[in-house]
Design a protein around this ligand. Structure first.
Ligand code: DSN
Length: 451
């Protein structure tokens, strides 16, 4: 029987969309650093009969019957998470990163308490206190920043912590190109008696694979999504460290209560099974090679981009991602680079850069990374080619400039996209990208084959 055969017979519309998305992923370079390609095994677990079950509660303490195997799979995922991160407690039920972080607030703070995190335009996450998120609405958020060189400004963070006495401090971000300074942030948190939470969503696979230092000995709580460098399904884990239990022996129990019944209903057991599979894969010896290759590729790509004339925030990277500073072309230029690269088959996202002179919707940079293309098996020689293509395509956008009048932006970008379709250099890169991708196949052969 062909893969997805049932779906092709019963719902050709959805089947067609899945096929189109498969081709998009197969024929292009996925370079959004928070994305990856889950294994067939992970996807099979995610598409399994566990999707049919309700299991509110925790292993051994459920509100529904029939949970013998759900209990076993959840305990397996928990044990693997504890082993992978070297922590005594783990909760694998959060639906995704934002609910996981919300649960941490619920377990540790009261509405109105002061919390502190890295500002969103400086690479931080919405849930670390940004004004439009629940975290900035329900709590008094204080935000620390990065310096012009891209490194966290510890002096500012310490000053803010001493002045505002936050109950909880975040370390971890979505667009930070250096190693996270867990030790330094722990010194600040300990000085003011705050909970320190490492949000390692982006780098959890790097941590397990030994390509980034672990926060376990420095922080009280760790949160992570499971679908980024960890290469699992879309889900999340909250962990409490030995240090966390020492500070507060009830902490892990309060986090469990915050996840359920505080915030969520029944866990997504099919995702729990897929998280167990992904953690099982990440605990294999070859995952170390994968994690280290992500960083090696990232450094090679960063060097290639700079060699080809692009400016990078912090002049490089120490992890899986980098930020191109496009103010050398114009402020707010990220959208042009993102659209042109997409037309060339290279998917990245527009992103703010430190001290961005423009706005989060029209930021002045792009963010890109190597987790997904490393999963395909690409290495340094491919990074050199990709860097050259990115520079060539960005070069094609130089004559475009975001209109100062907001009402004119939509029409200007529509015209720009039309012109891209006819751009010979962009088309040339598109066909080279496609050819490269065909040499590093992903799922296609397997998906269209027989099972
Ligand atoms: N943190 C976002 C990202 O990095 O893409 C997702 O929430």
């Amino acid at each position: 029987m062909k893969r997805l055969q049932k779906l092709s017979e019963t719902d050709n519309e959805v089947f067609g969309l899945i096929q189109s998305e498969l081709e998009r992923q197969e024929d292009g370079l996925e370079m959004i650093p928070s994305e990856n390609f889950a294994s067939r095994a992970v996807m099979e677990a995610e598409g399994s009969v566990f999707t049919n079950k309700y299991s509110e509660g925790y292993p051994g303490k459920r509100y529904y019957g029939g949970n013998e195997f759900v209990d076993k799979v959840e305990n397996l995922a928990i044990e693997r998470a504890k082993k992978a991160f070297g922590v005594p407690r783990a909760n694998v039920q959060p639906y995704s990163g934002t609910p996981a972080n919300f649960a941490v607030y619920l377990a540790t703070c009261q509405p109105g308490d002061v919390i502190m995190g890295q500002a969103l335009p400086d690479g931080g996450h919405l849930t670390h206190g940004w004004k439009t998120s629940f975290s900035g609405i329900f709590y008094k958020a204080v935000q620390y920043h990065v310096k012009a060189d891209g490194y966290i400004d510890f002096e500012e963070a310490r000053k803010l912590a001493l002045e505002h006495k936050p109950k909880l401090i975040w370390v971890g971000a979505s667009a930070y190109v250096r190693q996270f300074p867990f030790k330094e942030m722990a010194e600040i948190a300990d000085e003011v008696g705050a909970y320190l939470v490492a949000d390692v969503a982006h780098i959890s696979g790097l941590i397990i694979g030994g390509a980034h230092q672990s926060p376990s000995q420095y922080v009280h709580i760790i949160t992570t999504t499971t679908h980024k460098t960890l290469r699992g399904p879309r889900g999340a884990i909250i962990m409490v460290t030995e240090k966390g239990l020492k500070k507060d022996p009830e902490l892990a129990d309060r986090i469990d209560k915050a996840v359920f019944p505080g915030l969520q209903g029944g866990p997504h057991d099919q995702t729990t099974a897929a998280i167990a599979v992904a953690l099982g894969e990440a605990l294999q010896p070859d995952f170390k090679g994968y994690a280290n290759q992500i960083v090696a590729n990232s450094k090679a790509l960063a060097a290639g981009l700079m060699k080809n004339g692009l400016k990078l925030v912090s002049n490089g990277t120490e992890n899986h991602l980098m930020l191109v500073d496009l103010t050398t072309i114009a402020k707010g230029h990220g959208v042009f680079a993102q659209e042109a690269l997409e037309a060339a088959g290279i998917t990245v996202n527009k992103n703010t850069i430190p001290l961005d002179p423009s706005s989060p919707f029209y930021p002045s940079g792009i963010r890109l990374g190597t987790p997904a293309i490393t999963t395909r098996g690409m290495k340094e020689p491919e990074m050199e080619k990709i860097a050259k293509w990115i520079a060539e395509v960005v070069n094609e956008t130089k004559k475009y400039k975001l209109p100062a009048e907001k009402s004119e932006i939509g029409e200007y970008i529509r015209k720009f996209k039309e012109e891209l379709k006819a751009n010979a250099n962009v088309k040339k890169v598109r066909s080279e990208v496609k050819e490269l991708c065909s040499r590093f196949p992903l799922y296609k052969v397997d998906m269209n084959g027989t099972s």
